[in-house]
Design a protein around this ligand. Structure first.
Ligand SMILES: *Cc1c(COP(=O)(O)O)cnc(C)c1O
Length: 378
C-alpha cells in the first residue's frame, strides 16, 4: 500500500493566479463598489449567460446555492401551507433543508441504481393532491431522466426545479443542462468544480421570473418606499463575482483535467468485479452528454467493504468522502417525515465512496489511490 507523504484530500479549491485576482481587486477598489449588483457581477453574469447560451434575463446570481434554492422555491409558491415536494434522499442536506425552510414537506423518492439520480417512475408513485413540485438532483453531475421528468411535470401540472449544484458545465446534445425544467440551481461553492468562493446561480425558463427573484434576494424591497413580500439577503458580492470570472477563464481546462483524473481511475478499476466506477456514458436517455467529471464516485458490494476501504485509505493519507451517507432521510429532522426508506437510495448510500479529484491532482496519484483500493479489496 502506498502511504502518501502529503494528504490526498477528496477535493481542493481551484485558485487562479494571485496576479489575475489582484488585477480584479484593483478594479474593484477603483469602482468603490462592493456589492448590490456591481459592475463585476454584471460582467460575470453576462459571461455566464454566454457560456450557458441563455439570454441574460434567464439567470440570476446569489450568495450561495442554498439561498438560491430557498428563493426559487418561494417564488414558485412552495411556501403555501401543506405543500409537498418530491425529491431524493440521496443528496446533500441543502436540497431538503431549503424545502423545509420555506415550509414545504420533502417526500423522498428512490433512485436509479446506475446513475444514482431519482427516477420519474419512483416520483410518480408519490404524487398526491398536495404535491406542488418535483426537485430532482443531477447527482455528481449525471443528468437525470430529463424527458421523463418533463413529461411527469406536464402530466400533473407540477413545477420542475433541478438541483444542478454539481452540474455546471454539463451539456445535453451540445446545449447547457440549464435548458431543462422550470429552473435549475448551480452551486459555486469552493468545493465544486467551478466556484466563486461561495455562490449560486439560478437559471429559469420564463424571463418574467427574474424581477421577482432579484427582489427576493434583496429583502423584497422594490423601491425606496415599498416592500411587498418577505425577502432575504442573498446577493453575491463583487469579490465573489471576481473569483467566478477568474474560474470562468479556465472552465474548459478545469473539466479537461478532471476528465484525465477520471480516466486514470478508470484505467485501474475497470473490469474489477468488486468495485464499480460510475460510468460517464456519452449518451444517456437518448441524449448526447458532455460530462463535467466533477466527482469520481465508486460503488462497492456492501457497507462493510465500503467502510473498510474508507478507513484503510485514510491510514494511507487518502481522504475520500462517503457522499452521500448517511441518507438524508436518516438525519434527525427528517426521520419519520415519510414512509419507508427508498431501498435503492439506501443501498447507494451504504456502498458509495467518492475518490479524490481536483485541479492539480496528478493522474499518477489517482492511479496509486486506485491501486491502494484494489489492494484493500484483496
Ligand atoms: C453544494 C450543494 C448544495 C448547496 O450549495 P451551496 O452553494 O453550498 O449553498 C445544494 N445541493 C447539492 C446537491 C450540493 O452538492
Amino acid at each position: 500500500m502506498k502511504i502518501f507523504d502529503t494528504p490526498i484530500l477528496v477535493t481542493r479549491p481551484y485558485l487562479p493566479s494571485l496576479e489575475r485576482y489582484k488585477e480584479g481587486l484593483a478594479e474593484i477598489w477603483q469602482n468603490q463598489w462592493l456589492t448590490n449588483n456591481g459592475p463585476v457581477l454584471q460582467r460575470f453574469q453576462k459571461r455566464l449567460a454566454e457560456t450557458l447560451g441563455l439570454p441574460d434575463e434567464r439567470l440570476s446570481l446569489f450568495v450561495n446555492g442554498t439561498l438560491a434554492l430557498e428563493i426559487v422555491f418561494q417564488a414558485f409558491g412552495l411556501d403555501t401551507p401543506g405543500a409537498e415536494v418530491i425529491t431524493t434522499p440521496f443528496t446533500f442536506v441543502a436540497t431538503s433543508h431549503a424545502l423545509r425552510r420555506v415550509g414545504a414537506t420533502p417526500v423522498f423518492a428512490d433512485v436509479d441504481p446506475e446513475t444514482l439520480c431519482m427516477t420519474p417512475e419512483s416520483a410518480e408513485r408519490l404524487i398526491t393532491e398536495r404535491t406542488k413540485a418535483i426537485v430532482p438532483v443531477h447527482v455528481y453531475g449525471h443528468p437525470c431522466d430529463l424527458d421523463g421528468f418533463g413529461r411527469l411535470a406536464r402530466k400533473y401540472d407540477l413545477r420542475l426545479i433541478y438541483d444542478a449544484a454539481h452540474a455546471f458545465g454539463v451539456t445535453v446534445d451540445g446545449r447547457s443542462i440549464a435548458e431543462y425544467g422550470d429552473a435549475s440551481m448551480f452551486s459555486f461553492h469552493s468545493t465544486k468544480l467551478f466556484h466563486s468562493i461561495e455562490g449560486g446561480l439560478l437559471t429559469f425558463r420564463k424571463p418574467e421570473l427574474r424581477t421577482r427573484l432579484e427582489q427576493l434576494k434583496n429583502f423584497a424591497i422594490s423601491s425606496e418606499t415599498t416592500c411587498e413580500a418577505i425577502g432575504t439577503n442573498a446577493k453575491m458580492n463583487e469579490l465573489a463575482a471576481l473569483m467566478g470570472e477568474c474560474c470562468l477563464d479556465v472552465l474548459p481546462e478545469l473539466i479537461a483535467h478532471r476528465k484525465i483524473v477520471y480516466e486514470a481511475y478508470a484505467e485501474v478499476l475497470e473490469g474489477n468485479p468488486k468495485v464499480r466506477l460510475l460510468p460517464k456514458s456519452s449518451t444517456m436517455f437518448g441524449h448526447v452528454i458532455g460530462h463535467n467529471y466533477a466527482y469520481c464516485p465508486v460503488l462497492f458490494d456492501s457497507f462493510e467493504v465500503r467502510e473498510r476501504v474508507y478507513a484503510e485509505l485514510k491510514r494511507a493519507n487518502v481522504f475520500t468522502r462517503r457522499y452521500f451517507y448517511p441518507l438524508l432521510s436518516d438525519f434527525e429532522p427528517y426521520r419519520n417525515t415519510h414512509g419507508r426508506t427508498p431501498p435503492r437510495a439506501r443501498r447507494a448510500s451504504d456502498c458509495v465512496l467518492t475518490l479524490p479529484t481536483y485541479h492539480g491532482l496528478d493522474p499518477a496519484e489517482a492511479r496509486a489511490v486506485a491501486l491502494n483500493a484494489l489492494e484493500i479489496l484483496g
